[in-house]
Design a protein around this ligand. Structure first.
Ligand code: NIG
Length: 397
């Protein structure tokens, strides 16, 4: 039994809220007990960690990344900052296509080496579960290769890797005139092979102007659903399109971006349980702010996650705590909602009830912050926010 004692504030991400002067007992990688220190059951711990009055929270979950890629898009970044649009760059063969070319050309070892380095940095800053999408292959062979590499990545890092198939990240240039043929390949060849080899938990798609339209997205996600994959979609990043209609058709766990929302879209979100993944770095890199405030969505009972969206185009940053600090300072999240966005709500976006909360039975993924309180955690940007990370009950070096 591992005891964590002298916790100044315990952010549970459950209905128990924040517990002052708390303790946690961990047994066999799971949380056995948590509560006020004065109610600690009589135990003989084999190991004790003294949190010294600090804030303790669930291991953070980055529920949206595209971190397996090669190449740099610094030139495009400069062009965008000079007001060239993301869509125009993609239409002229850049954007996602430029990363596809670099990724297809890169060796397995170089892709893995950079992914391991990024995941290591993320783990040190408190991230204990990371969703990783394929989607820089865009052909049967290349997407399968990326999913196999994501599986290998999972064996090389000390955190959980949650693999998502995103063969529908863009319509490959050679299918531009007949996109249905690419949708056929995804539904007929890719998805069944992925399901059979258990290479992904979820299936994601880019349903927006110039990418997959609603009927194509429904076809792909319906096939994925039939094969037992969880569903999610990038929607309304570029336009107030029809993307939200997907959650009326199919049981999506989450949608991402959703920067352009009509009143009807908000009503659809309100009537369903899909989590909205808010991606502050994409707002900055694309210079597009959400049109409906986070506060308004939350008031309507819509659950918001916050993710890095780490990728070489719209978010060349994997600092999840920074994303949450921006959600607070720039997008109007309350401190508590921002922490839920990194924990419980992110877990729901991945349909992972075993992580994201500090409660008996949950996986013992725990972050001991430097700060003594939730306020200090969000306020002080000068120091590394994390003191110690515990994954499945084991302290990471
Ligand atoms: O979530 N919108 C599509 N996908 C990514 C960007 C990928 C890229 O530009 O390489 C996103 O922002």
């Amino acid at each position: 039994v591992l005891l964590i004692k002298n916790i100044g504030q315990l952010f549970t991400a459950t209905g128990m809220g924040v517990i002052d002067n708390a303790a946690i007992l961990i047994e066999q990688g799971k949380i056995h007990w948590c509560g006020p220190l004065k109610a600690l059951p009589a135990v003989n711990p084999s190991e004790t960690i003294d949190a010294a009055g600090r804030l303790v929270l669930p291991g953070l979950i980055d529920c949206h990344t595209h971190l397996l890629f090669a190449g740099s898009r610094a030139g495009e970044f400069k062009a965008r900052m000079e007001n060239r649009s993301y869509e125009e760059i993609q239409r002229s063969g850049g954007g996602i296509f430029s990363t596809v070319r670099a990724t297809v050309d890169a060796s397995d070892s170089s892709l893995l080496e950079s992914a391991v380095r990024h995941v290591g940095a993320m783990a040190r800053s408190g991230v204990t579960t990371i969703e990783v999408k394929s989607g820089y292959g865009l052909s049967w062979a290349s997407e399968m290769r990326l999913l196999r590499l994501i599986k290998e990545l999972a064996t090389l890092v000390p955190v959980d890797i949650h693999p998502t198939f995103m063969g529908a990240h863009a319509i490959p240039e050679e299918y531009r005139k007949h996109p249905e043929s690419y949708v056929d390949i995804i539904c007929r060849d890719m998805l069944p092979a992925i399901a059979e080899q258990n290479l992904a938990r979820d299936c994601d798609i880019f349903c927006d102007r110039g990418n997959f339209d609603l009927p194509q997205a429904v076809r792909i996600l319906r096939t994925a659903h039939t094969l037992g994959l969880g569903l999610k979609a990038h929607v309304n990043q570029l336009t107030a399109g029809q993307g939200l209609r997907l959650i009326e058709e199919l049981p999506l766990n989450s949608v991402s971006h959703a920067d352009f929302l009509t009143a009807q879209d908000v009503a659809i979100l309100q009537a369903h349980s899909a989590v909205v993944e808010i991606l502050p770095f994409a707002n900055l890199f694309l210079r597009v702010m959400p049109q409906v405030s986070a506060h308004e969505l939350q008031e309507k009972g819509i659950n918001l996650a916050v993710a890095s969206n780490f990728n070489p185009g719209s978010a060349m940053c994997h600092d999840l705590v920074l994303a949450a600090r921006l959600a607070v300072t720039m997008l109007g999240f309350s401190l508590e909602q921002a922490l839920l966005g990194l924990t419980a709500h992110a877990a729901w976006a991945l349909n992972r009830p075993d992580v994201g909360q500090i409660t008996p039975g949950a996986q013992a993924d725990i972050v001991i912050a430097q700060a003594a309180s939730v306020e200090e955690f969000f306020y002080d940007w000068t120091t590394n926010p994390v003191k110690q990370v515990i994954k499945r009950g084991v302290a990471l070096p």
